[in-house]
Design a protein around this ligand. Structure first.
Ligand SMILES: [Zn+2]
Length: 109
């Protein structure tokens, strides 16, 4: 059985705070919730549960919304944009990424 805490390394460290909050929110709804898949896609957090649960889906939607405004690298306010592979990053990490052409097409998900 896997939960959000087992998937922290599947996304960047900047989102770990979002994942921690989501984990405890999900536990409050269903202590036995199970994650099927957790990843970054199109610059946002995606969490798929093994069993559909409306209250849990709402919590996940909120976490995804937050991820779109949080730098995946450092947790500072960020923006979802390209070039190349779409990522949500702060200004500093966007500049660093653009300085390294190889990283633009890096697929973290
Ligand atoms: Zn950053």
């Amino acid at each position: 059985m896997s939960q959000v805490m087992d998937h922290l390394t599947d996304v960047g460290p900047g989102w770990h705070r979002i994942l921690l909050a989501l984990h405890y929110d999900l536990l409050a709804v269903d202590p036995n919730y199970e994650v099927d898949q957790l990843k970054e896609k199109f610059g946002g957090l995606r969490v798929y549960l093994r069993y559909h649960h409306l209250a849990c889906e709402k919590l996940i939607m909120e976490a995804t919304r937050l991820s779109h405004e949080t730098c995946e690298e450092c947790g500072e306010p960020g923006e979802t944009a390209g070039p190349g592979w779409i990522k949500t990053l702060c200004e500093l990490h966007r500049i660093q990424r653009n300085a390294d052409p190889a990283k633009r097409w890096e697929n973290s998900g």
